[in-house]
Ligand binder design. Structure first.
Ligand code: ADP
Length: 208
């Protein structure tokens, strides 16, 4: 199934720094960053899906799977049409999805997972503090209230963490997210560089 998007998953609990790393990777030619959180936040707040997103995210819950996959698939298709995501050349960096096993199943027909970058942080308090800071900085309703943050962690533990079992353990790279941002980036790049090299070589036109 070579027509699936070559994909790297950015995985980890809320507040671990997936978005930060994703935005840096997005600046490297040959990678396309797609964050479901960003896609949802950019929806018209008065549209039907915008209201649905608010309803779930303001409680720390996941948006229903069918809606999530549909919105994401439409967004990624629009990006291919616009030429922003060149599916034959770019590696897709998927951030914030799949969030449960059903999403992992539904995504199988779209993505060929090359690697899962699992950002690890066992210090819940540190994540909690980061999320509170982020809420103030970027006015994120889902991170402003303590009980909503707690619910987000519960959902992560119960539904999202088991998604790792869906993927071949050899594809999973554990990265300590509590190191300095530059160290985390270094570790992320250590995983990404060989992947882009082999993708680049396989895409390069033959000589002669
Ligand atoms: P964070 O980066 O803090 O983990 P996100 O920005 O990815 O959080 O997501 C914000 C909210 O958007 C989530 O709490 C959830 O309501 C919704 N959301 C994002 N991605 C998904 C997804 N794959 N499935 C269902 N809901 C999602």
């Amino acid at each position: 199934m070579s027509d699936r998007y070559k994909t790297i998953l950015l995985f980890g609990p809320p507040g671990v720094g997936k978005g930060t790393q994703g935005k840096i990777i997005a600046n490297i030619p040959g990678f396309f960053h797609s964050s479901t959180g960003d896609i949802f936040r950019n929806l018209d707040a008065n549209s039907e899906v915008g209201r649905l997103f608010y309803k779930y995210s303001s409680r720390g819950e996941l948006v229903p799977d069918d809606v999530t996959i549909k919105i994401w698939a439409t967004n990624i298709y629009a990006n291919t049409i616009l030429g922003l995501f060149k599916e034959s050349q770019d590696i897709l960096v998927l951030d914030g999805m799949p969030r449960n096993r059903n999403q992992a199943n539904l995504l199988y027909r779209y993505i060929d997972v090359l690697c899962v970058l699992n950002l690890v942080c066992n210090d819940k308090e540190a994540l909690f503090t980061r999320m509170k800071k982020r809420a103030i900085k970027s006015s994120r309703i889902d991170d402003a209230k303590d009980d909503v943050i707690r619910r987000r962690f519960e959902v992560y533990q119960a539904e999202t963490q088991p998604v790792l079992e869906f993927y071949d353990p050899e594809l999973i790279r554990n990265i300590d997210a509590m190191n300095s941002p530059a160290q985390v980036l270094h570790d992320v790049l250590e995983a990404l560089v060989p992947m882009q090299n082999s993708h680049f070589n396989s895409e390069a036109p033959g000589e002669g």
